[in-house]
Write a protein that binds this ligand. Structure first.
Ligand code: ADP
Ligand code: MG
Length: 678
């Protein structure tokens, strides 16, 4: 049986079993599904198809007796000439003196090593006498622990395939298998470990990638369906004419993307299921405007709305702008950690009795003491800064409030459909007309003086500038020191009539607010800051963003910072001061100067960093796939998602016998089913 322990295999003793257990291999099935993480190719190719400086395998005849020379202490070099096609190729082998006895003129050999196209030379790392046909052209490489040699692992994988192949169950229904021409499971397993050739391997991988994605998506969609069905009865009947006049009174016309997203949100509100939607859009794309309209809709339906944001500054800004927008239409209150005493009690009281329509705040909103009268709609801004648990607490504050998450980190579609597979997603992928893209430049540290002169010039024209301080890893304290130093330096650099402000995380909230206020009112011309200005802050008159040590920031963060400028009608500039050492850093700077499209940027970021890093380790919650790669195999992921949605909608898992094995497998997942049965 597949579920039997590995020790059932002949030759696996206690010691080996323990070692295999360490690799996470306990059962025969584990062994069968322990796929290689890489395949090395030993496929012989014609010389014209080889790539300079890359690994290659060639086959030829030894035409000169190998010559051996020694140098240094115990170092040797063996060289010989190989006749390959019509070329004489020089082969060099280091520290394998023994090979001299094995290789002779007239022998046919297959050698693998680094290929030098210019000199027609190969630095041999592996060789085999005889023709290439005698060895497998594609060799799997497995993750191993000390003590278990590759040959041993391979031997037992082979043994289990041979003995248990017929027991490997097919889990994909025939229709899907046929639709995508996927090889059968047992056959695919054999190919994963012992590929006959590149094509067979490709199909085997394709099969498991699809299988893996499909199972994942089925679980997600099942959860989503469950969430919907368990939360009926929250249909919000908003007042369409009030809403229309509200929208018409806005000082601008909504972009098409805003209209589309708004329609999606309103549809969720009207229907009796709880909304669980993500609204994505680049900085300045007009998410807040959409959110405000949706909040207003909820209020005309007689409910309360809440807006939760990550920082106090942001809460304050939203509070100000929503107060203006809702003047005469709804009552708005602000609740943050720094609002205390009598004022706090009054707000809580008014919220509890329903005298406040919209409550804006930070984490303070999810504390127990906050009791809402009739919460119908919750918006969570910058959602990935809140943990899953906080999201849930918030959700549970109302009976079944609709929840809209907003994020300005344009999450690549690839990730969005995966990480948020249980959410609906609306995307604002269009900027309001008339915005000028921010011009971005990357300059080396030695140009700092010229950058400062440029700031002076912009200020002379009435504009303002942000200067973001160098970032020192993981050290708040040092970051602040940096900010203070830079502040002192810049205060003396600029002409005395140019007031410079300082902003960092250790300032008291009132101080922060004051500084921000002064900057917003153009009383401060330059704002030196740590990354606390990153989110949401809106000062349209600021046209310059200078970022020190830009190479230390990730692409998404740089893009967020850049989003602080370019909010008015004047041309804005972002200057990256950076001396990146590595290629990735240089690549990042280059990408920043080449695009202002947040979605494209985040796709690039993902490629440079990989999905695990994208959200930061702690909150990543990103699924890990064994075979599939979310970025690389993104089409398969989309296909699987579409299929999963169809399967769940049509209830095929329960109703169609051919889906039985898949159903059993999914229902075995205790975590998923735990949530569903909760
Ligand atoms: P986000 O929340 O996505 O960063 P905001 O909603 O704050 O964007 O919008 C940024 C600025 O653009 C605000 O000043 C807002 O009034 C304005 N704005 C929003 N939508 C439009 C639009 N359709 N046309 C013109 N300006 C808009
Ligand atoms: Mg609803």
């Amino acid at each position: 049986m597949l579920s039997h322990p590995i020790s059932e295999l002949k030759g696996v003793g206690e010691k080996l079993e323990a070692q295999l257990n360490e690799l996470g291999l306990f059962t025969i099935e584990d062994l069968l599904f322990y796929f290689p993480f890489r395949y090395d190719s030993y496929e012989v190719k014609p010389l014209t198809e080889l790539t300079h400086n890359e690994k290659a395998t060639i086959e030829g005849e030894v035409v000169s007796e190998p010559s051996l020379s020694f140098y240094g202490r115990k170092k040797s070099r063996l060289t010989f000439t190989l006749q390959v096609e019509q070329f004489a190729v020089k082969a060099v082998m280091f520290n394998r003196a023994f090979a001299k006895k094995q290789l002779h003129a007239g022998d046919t050999v297959t050698v693998t090593g680094k290929w030098d196209q210019q000199r027609l030379q190969i630095t041999v790392s592996q060789f085999k006498k005889g023709e290439s046909k005698s060895q497998a052209p594609i060799q799997p490489v497995y993750t191993l622990k000390e003590g278990v040699p590759l040959t041993t692992l391979r031997k037992f994988i082979k043994a289990s395939i041979d003995a248990y192949e017929h027991e490997i169950p097919e889990i994909l229904p025939e229709d899907l298998q046929r639709a995508y021409k996927l090889p059968e499971r047992p056959q695919a397993i054999r190919q994963m470990h012992y590929p006959d050739n590149r094509i067979m391997l490709k199909h085997a991988k394709r099969r498991f990638i699809y299988e893996e994605f499909l199972i994942f998506q089925l679980k997600m969609q099942l959860l989503r369906k469950h969430h919907r069905e368990s939360t009926t009865g929250n249909a919000q009947t908003y007042d369409n004419s009030k809403l229309t006049s509200f929208v018409q009174e806005l000082p601008f016309e909504l972009t098409n993307a805003q209209k589309r997203s708004l329609a999606e949100i309103l549809k969720d509100m009207k229907n009796p299921h709880r909304m669980n939607r993500l609204l994505q859009g680049d900085v300045g794309s007009g998410k807040t405007a959409v959110a405000a309209i949706a909040l207003y809709a909820s209020i005309t339906a007689g409910k309360q709305g809440a807006l939760m944001v990550p920082t106090e500054i942001l809460a304050e800004q939203h509070y100000q702008s929503l107060m203006e927008m809702f003047e005469g239409r709804a009552s708005v209150a602000l609740l943050t950690g720094s609002i205390k005493g009598k004022k706090r009690r009054e707000i809580l009281e008014a919220v509890g009795t329903g005298h406040i329509d919209i409550l804006i705040g930070t984490h303070a909103l999810i504390q127990d003491e906050v009791e809402l009268h009739d919460l119908g709609f919750v918006i969570v801004d910058e959602q990935h800064r809140f943990g899953v648990r906080q999201r849930r607490t918030l959700r549970d504050k109302g009976l079944h409030p609709d929840v809209l998450f907003m994020t300005a980190t344009p999450i690549p579609r690839t990730l969005a459909i995966t990480a948020f597979g249980d959410m609906d997603v609306s995307v604002i992928d269009e900027m309001p007309a008339g915005r000028k893209p921010v011009e971005t430049y990357w300059v080396k540290g030695e140009m700092t003086d010229r950058v400062l002169a440029f700031i002076q010039k912009e200020i002379d024209q009435g504009h303002q500038a942000y200067v973001i301080c160098p970032l020192i890893e993981e050290s708040d304290q040092l970051d602040i020191q940096n900010a203070v130093d830079l502040y002192n330096q810049l205060s003396s650099v600029f002409e005395p009539n140019i007031p410079v402000g300082l902003m960092h995380g250790r300032l008291h909230n009132e101080e922060k607010e004051e500084v921000m206020q002064e900057f917003a009112e153009n009383r401060l011309k330059v704002l030196v800051s740590t990354t606390v200005v990153e989110v949401g802050v809106n000062v349209p008159n600021a046209t310059v963003m200078v970022i020190y040590d830009a190479e230390r920031f990730g692409l998404s963060q740089l893009h967020q910072l850049r989003g602080r400028v370019g909010r008015g009608s004047d041309q804005s500039y972002c200057i990256l001061l950076a001396d990146p050492k590595g290629d990735v850093g240089k690549e990042r700077m280059r990408i920043m100067t080449e695009t202002t499209d947040g979605f494209e940027l985040s796709e690039q970021d993902l490629k440079l960093r990989g999905p695990g890093d994208f959200f930061g380790k702690k909150q990543s919650g990103m699924p890990e796939f064994k075979v599939g790669d979310m970025v690389h195999d993104y089409r398969a992921l989309e296909t699987a998602r579409r299929d999963a949605a169809e399967i769940i909608t049509e209830e095929r898992l329960d109703k169609d016998g051919r889906y039985r094995p898949l159903r059993d497998l999914i229902y075995q997942d205790k975590q998923i089913m735990g949530e569903v049965l909760d």
